[in-house]
Design a protein around this ligand. Structure first.
Ligand code: MCN
Ligand code: CUN
Length: 797
């Protein structure tokens, strides 16, 4: 009889184990950056530019210096003397730390005050007099390439205009040929508005330079502390072993906490100069106007179609608005992230994608907000184009997708832009979704409702998302290869400590990582402590974004557990006095093959590692693993939404939303569902209410929560989740695929498609997000498309 442990009981794979981190979070015992108080700590505030584009004629900080309690005022000029006025970005551009020559967006960092408390620092900021000579402002890519456009980045040699790059991928000639042979071409022009992750906790840092030890410790809100350590070492030319970055608890990241911000750099320099800890905590409006935005792209898409519905080719052009500095955090090979993952789940023979990036007088950003490097845009465009094409063909939405899906027996499948899909059951997921939403029934209801003047609509969005960069052959950030790591120490009583190079911001790593160890070693999850975020103790890793933690760090955890198990097997053989080949493993225990009752538990092996090891064996039971995955993981999702639109007001309500997610093996089904619900909520927000826009002078509209809307539980519709389709990832050691972003990536198109379906009879092809009631009303009333960023009136309009 097997004596294996019950995996669910010990909190292994598949257990909906309660989140261990929540016991401190819900008691208010989390330890966030702003909770940390160090002896002698000073406080830093940032003075930001009120205007979007201006030459700085002078900065007079004398009044600020005079205010009692002020210790230091930093300006660009001072930073320049240390060669720190500019810093490199993660996309091989430069970014001003503190402005010297010009300000290039509203909210740009102009000066910093360090004082005894944050209020004095804030007051002192207001005493700094900056003389600005205002310049013409550019707020979109069209203006950026106009002939009269001022050159925003005149600090750069050889920068003739405002174009950052022209990039292309795919087969232009093949695509042109396919279009020439098409029965029909379906076109769509879309805008994905600028949005913001807006985590509850803003960004911040506490730099603590100790002159006596020469050690710099920085507590900060970083999703990727090791990258920050490398950046500080390279930019500030400090020895890497003397830099310790600690990311304590993080109150939501969503991509906002990947980039390197001027505030971090200034707090570090201030601490070095003053030899005291310096804390900078960004305020809400600072966060909303100046840090890591997302999207802001315009897209022209075309599908070449055969009259029976087969897609023959896809052609796309994107104009991307990067703001004043090209600071996207993304793999260096690609200029516009993984936008070319678009149309991956469909069997499209050929495609051509061009992208042009532009500087504008807006805050830098582009990648953040629950996206695996612009996959959010890729999938939105894909599913909006699929919707329009099905309508143009007069085909059923579900049928059109089904006939074009990559079929189960086509894997591994090369997409038109070169990705390799490795597994999936797309049709089955769609079927589960259609069944759950009652598709045919709803189509009938919709017709009946129409007879009564009511507008119902249904929207589908299906996609396969590339998650888990990288493999190191293809993916790097600033030349640092993308892989990840885990280190496992099993103590003598069989309890364990696990550290990884990832960094949870709310995803529940402390809970789920222990489950992987439990699955591999039979050590109950509650006996495994998980630690992340301290570069002095955690193994080197690239951090948490692009839903890469499970695909990469998670794989490393399985691999390190297996290394530990291999050693435990030797210890077991020694203990049982048999040869290693005669020892079998079952969860939690080794036993003698010919005498299954004779066995030792993993805990007994652990004790033996410190007290009874064979001659010549190193003591201890610990190891580490660096994992370089062979491919990305490719989860699949099918989201279906039904809505009712009020023809009088344009207000739309979600009637039902069904989500079918196949993310391979689920480590913790409850956490996966939490991730999906969170993502769907964000998707709903983007489709329904969220955008950051700018008036003609470049004033940022959306710098507060009256203008930038976050849905509460009151507005958020209910979601019906389905996890019954499970296709294990063929190359991941436990078969898991990433999931942290799927719903935010695939969700928006489902909502928009549903509203577009409801207004279909008007002939309107597109309403750009967010689908505010007035935009929907305008489309219904005037029967025309509503495109582009929502208009913003300036005060004198
Ligand atoms: N998981 C699982 N089984 C799977 C896949 C994942 O149990 N097959 C679990 C993981 O173990 C982990 C969680 O689900 O606890 C998310 O895992 P994964 O998909 O690997 O994503 P990451 O951990 O890398 O998280 C990053 C992703 C990103 S990029 C953004 S943006 C985002 C997101 O996670 N930001 C978040 N979800 C967030 N959730 C919270 N609460 N806060 C954020 O800032
Ligand atoms: Cu682009 S948001 Mo997440 O990858 O941190």
């Amino acid at each position: 009889m097997s004596q294996a442990l019950d995996e669910i009981k010990i909190g292994g794979l598949g257990a909906s184990r309660r989140r261990v981190e929540d016991s401190r979070f819900i008691r208010g015992k989390g330890n966030y950056t702003d909770d940390i108080v160090l002896p002698g700590m000073l406080h830093m505030e940032i003075l930001r530019s009120p205007v979007a584009h201006a030459r700085i004629k002078s900065i007079d900080a004398s009044k600020a210096w005079e205010l009692p309690g002020v210790r230091l005022v930093l300006t660009g000029e001072m930073m320049a003397t240390r060669n720190l006025a500019w810093m490199p970005t993660l996309s091989y551009d430069t970014q001003a730390v503190l402005a010297t020559d010009k300000v290039r967006f509203q909210g740009q960092e102009v000066a910093c005050v360090i004082a005894d408390d944050p209020y004095i620092a804030k007051d002192a900021c207001e005493l700094i007099v900056v003389d600005y000579e205002q310049l013409p402002v550019i707020v979109n890519p069209v203006q950026a390439v106009a002939e009269s456009a001022p050159i925003i980045r005149d600090d750069k040699e050889n920068q003739a205009g405002n174009v950052i790059y022209d990039w292309e991928v795919g087969d232009k000639e093949g695509t042109d040929r396919a279009f020439a042979q098409a029965d029909m071409v379906s076109k769509l022009r879309l805008h994905y508005p600028r949005s913001h992750p807006s985590p509850i906790e803003c960004c911040g840092s506490i730099a603590d330079f100790n002159r006596a030890t020469s050690k710099l410790t920085v507590y900060m809100t970083s999703q990727a502390p090791h990258i920050i350590r490398a950046a500080v070492a390279l930019v500030a030319e400090l020895p890497e072993h003397m830099i310790r970055i600690i990311s304590p608890d993080i109150g939501g990241g969503f991509g906002n906490k990947v980039p390197v911000y001027p505030g971090y750099v200034c707090s570090i320099l201030a601490s070095i100069l003053l030899e005291r800890p310096v804390k900078w905590i960004e305020d809400k409006s600072g966060n909303l106007i100046s840090t890591g935005f997302a999207r802001d792209v315009y897209l022209d898409g075309e599908l070449a179609l055969r009259s029976d519905g087969k897609i023959l080719a896809v052609r796309m052009h994107t104009d991307a608005d990067h703001g004043a500095f090209f600071s996207d955090a993304q793999p260096s090979k690609f200029k516009i992230g993984l936008l070319h993952s678009t149309f991956g789940c469909y069997d499209v023979p050929v495609g051509h994608l061009t992208a042009r990036g532009m500087y504008t007088n807006k805050a830098p950003g582009g990648v953040a907000y629950r996206c695996s490097f612009r996959v959010t845009e890729a999938m939105f465009f894909q599913e909006r184009m699929m919707h329009a094409a099905a309508n143009d063909l007069g085909m059923d939405q579900a049928e059109f997708r089904r006939m074009n899906f990559v079929a189960d027996d086509q894997f591994p499948f090369r997409t038109p832009f070169g990705f390799l899909l490795d597994s999936g059951q797309y049709r089955k997921c769609l079927d589960v979704g259609l069944e759950a939403v009652g598709y045919q029934d709803f189509l009938r209801q919709k017709e009946e409702a129409k007879a009564n003047g009511r507008l119902l609509g249904i929207g589908i969005s299906t996609m396969s998302e590339p998650l888990g960069a990288g493999n190191s052959r293809e993916y790097d950030i600033l030349g640092i290869k993308m892989f990840d790591s885990a280190e496992l120490r099993v103590h003598m009583t069989g309890k364990a400590l696990l550290r990884t190079g990832a960094k949870s911001q709310g995803q529940g790593h402390e809970t789920t990582w222990a489950q992987i160890v439990a699955h591999e070693l039979g050590i109950p999850a509650e006996d495994v402590t998980v630690e992340e975020g301290d570069t002095d103790t955690a193994p080197f890793g690239m951090g948490t974004y692009a839903a890469r933690s499970t695909p990469v760090a998670g794989a490393a955890i399985a691999m390190v557990s297996r290394k530990v198990r291999a050693k435990a097997r030797k210890l077991a053989a020694h203990h049982l006095e048999v040869s290693e080949e005669d020892v079998e493993w079952e969860l939690g225990r080794f036993y003698v093959r010919s005498a299954p009752d004779r066995g030792v538990t993993i805990q007994e092996c652990a004790m033996a590692a410190y007290s009874n090891m064979p001659d010549g064996m190193e003591p201890g039971l610990e190891n580490n693993a660096y994992y370089d995955p062979p491919n990305l993981t490719w989860p699949f999702a099918c989201y279906i939404v039904t809505v009712e639109v009020d023809p009088e007001t344009g207000v739309w309500d979600v009637l039902n939303m069904v989500a079918v997610d196949d993310c391979g093996v689920r480590i913790n089904p409850m956490i996966v569902e939490g991730q999906i619900m969170g993502g769907l909520t964000e998707a709903y927000a983007m489709a329904n209410m969220q955008f950051i826009t700018f008036d003609a002078e470049g004033n940022c509209v959306g710098s507060n929560y009256m203008d930038y809307l976050l849905p509460t539980s009151w507005e958020t519709p209910g979601f019906e989740l389905h996890g019954e389709v499970m296709t294990p990832c063929p190359h991941h050691p436990i078969g898991a695929k990433g999931v942290g972003e799927c719903a935010a990536v695939g969700g928006p198109a489902a909502f928009v498609n549903a509203v577009m379906d409801a207004v279909k009879d008007t002939g309107v092809r597109n309403i750009d997000m967010p689908l505010l009631p007035d935009r929907v009303w305008e489309a219904l009333t005037y029967r025309h498309d509503v495109s582009g960023a929502p208009p913003v009136r300036s005060d004198d309009d």
